[in-house]
Write a protein that binds this ligand. Structure first.
Ligand code: FA5
Length: 334
């Protein structure tokens, strides 16, 4: 190949090079130490002596021409590559951002907050108590005679002979009496556990709100007044309350507490719904904690939190609260 042919081939390839890498390789192939131009120069021995000078000059001029062509092409390709790199890395600020998903409090958490606000408004103080309780606080301190059948209604999960998962928040009473002297107004909300056949209104794990008030001259009238005010705050002014005699070992007298069903239409659905139990604190309990029953008396009540939520929202199955189904939960924005 003579100089002209080699140069023409090199120019065509330089112009066709599409990247700086490819161009670099071409440079080595043609102008590198063992490139095509070096090979061509070495062939000078086979040229007629009087033509050697001219040959040498032609090769060197061609090399110089190629060098400047390489430099030119290198500049152009460098620019192109920089442009496409920044185009690839560019942030498109006109793109809409991903929508944020904000959580909402669970419907039961909303009900709990309303219960807390209502009772705090009535002068009660809130605190939390253990779910894993002793048999003593859950039953014995609450005036259950040993082996009394009332305990059978509240079968639960025992860890051993002395510890169980509490069956009722009423278990908080012994702990309150041990640390607070009357006058006192305390309440708690928390999980309770029972060995229970699960249905629309019963679960093995559920929540109760329990309250306890002890002061001078506390009577059944205070209990009824408190639970009437509570019902109005939770369900509205039109609600009616009902108290019927009932038995719990820790109250005397004891009542069950129900409210009118706000979702009853045209005689459909139950007229009254039971929310829980209540009564005057049994004197045996006050005496066991050294409280003078000639001066002090008290009332207590314990209500189902899920039952309150069912009533507030007109839901007919408490199992929905535990299913974590967003289609249900999203219906209760805070
Ligand atoms: C009690 O647990 C008493 N400790 C209430 C009490 C407190 C009476 C203070 C007197 C003084 P009872 O077992 O009826 O009572 O339960 C009270 C309420 O808890 C029920 O009315 C119901 O609303 C709720 N409850 C009870 N068991 C379940 C359950 N398995 N699932 C959902 N809610 C329940």
């Amino acid at each position: 190949m003579n100089v002209q042919e080699l140069e023409a081939k090199a120019i065509a390839e330089i112009e066709a090079a599409e990247s700086l890498d490819a161009l670099e390789k071409l440079h080595t192939n043609y102008l590198g130490r063992s490139g095509e131009y070096t090979t061509l120069l070495r062939s000078i021995g086979s040229i007629q002596p009087d033509q050697r000078k001219q040959f040498g000059q032609a090769v060197n001029e061609s090399k110089a021409k190629l060098e400047s062509l390489f430099a030119e092409r290198k500049g152009a390709l460098g620019k192109l590559e920089a442009q496409s790199k920044s185009a690839k890395e560019a942030v498109d600020i006109s793109m809409p951002e991903y929508p944020h998903r904000f959580g909402i409090p669970h419907v039961l958490a909303q009900t709990i907050e309303r219960i807390q606000n209502a009772l705090i408004g009535l002068g009660f103080q809130y605190d939390e108590y253990p779910e894993l309780e002793t048999v003593d606080y859950n039953f014995k301190a609450l005036n259950y005679p040993p082996d009394h059948p009332a305990m059978d209604d509240q079968d639960t999960f025992y860890l051993d002979d002395h510890r169980l998962l509490r069956t009722q928040c009423t278990a908080f009473q012994g702990r309150v009496f041990e640390k607070i002297k009357p006058p006192l107004r305390q309440f708690t909300i928390g999980r309770c556990f029972r060995n229970e056949a699960v249905d629309r209104t019963h679960n093995h794990t559920f929540m109760q709100v329990d309250a306890l008030m002890v002061d001078k001259g506390v009577s059944m009238a205070h209990l009824k007044g408190t639970l009437t005010m509570f019902a109005r705050q939770m369900f509205g002014e039109d609600i009616e309350v009902r108290f019927r005699p009932d038995y719990f070992p820790f109250v005397e007298p004891g009542v069950d507490y129900g409210v009118t069903n706000p979702f009853r239409k045209n005689g459909q659905g139950p007229e009254w719904l039971e929310l829980g139990g209540a009564g005057m604190v049994h004197p045996n309990i006050l005496e066991a904690y050294g409280i003078d029953t000639d001066r002090y008396s008290g009332f207590a009540f314990g209500l189902g939190v899920e039952r309150i939520a069912l009533l507030q929202y007109g839901i007919d199955d408490l199992r929905l609260f535990f299913d974590s189904d967003l289609r249900f939960l999203e219906q209760f924005p805070a």
